[in-house]
Design a protein around this ligand. Sequence first.
Ligand code: 5GP
Length: 194
Amino acid sequence: MEEITKLLQEKILTEGSAKGSEILKVDSFINHQVDPAFMDLIGKAIADHFSQQGITKVVTIESSGIAPALLCAKYLGVPMVIMKKQPSAILNDHLYHTEITSFTKKTKYELTMSMDYMNENDHVLIVDDFLANGEAATGAMRLIRQAHATIAGISVIIEKSFQPGHEKLEAQGLDVYPLVQIAALEDGKIFFKD
Ligand code: 5GP
């Protein structure tokens, strides 16, 4: 097992909590308060995995993906692009946009990216905090394809492997790289894969 996976498992067990059988709360080091030194290790581990793949941009979705994506981009020596969430349909012909359904929050939102920051010469890595049903990642892929860029893969800090995101993305030929995989959340207990 990779060192970062071991560290994440320890941190999730000591600081995380299961909300029912679906949601993992990790507000103390990822989603509300951020541990910069720990995030630096996360960014480096992701960058190491993709270092030979000719990545030109790291893309994330605001807001919890920004910290790991920024540090990963720092180690790869490339820019990070933030896809923006807008509450309703926008009218701007200089933006790529697509609609995303969030099962977690039971809402729909518009995801947008400026046409200025991606083109057909880009080879893109998507970085996010969580992978669950894969809706956010699939929406990000739609925007990247609108820009005619190619996609190297997707990396997340935490994958909930009992939800179908990983399989859905891998079936499209993507390199899906989660740093830690949750097998189940049951009665307040957290179970890891492996
Ligand atoms: P997906 O689109 O893969 O279903 O969900 C991914 C997004 O939903 C992530 O970017 C994350 O913000 C949010 N999310 C999904 N599951 C969880 C969870 O268990 N805990 C937290 N904190 N966020 C989650």
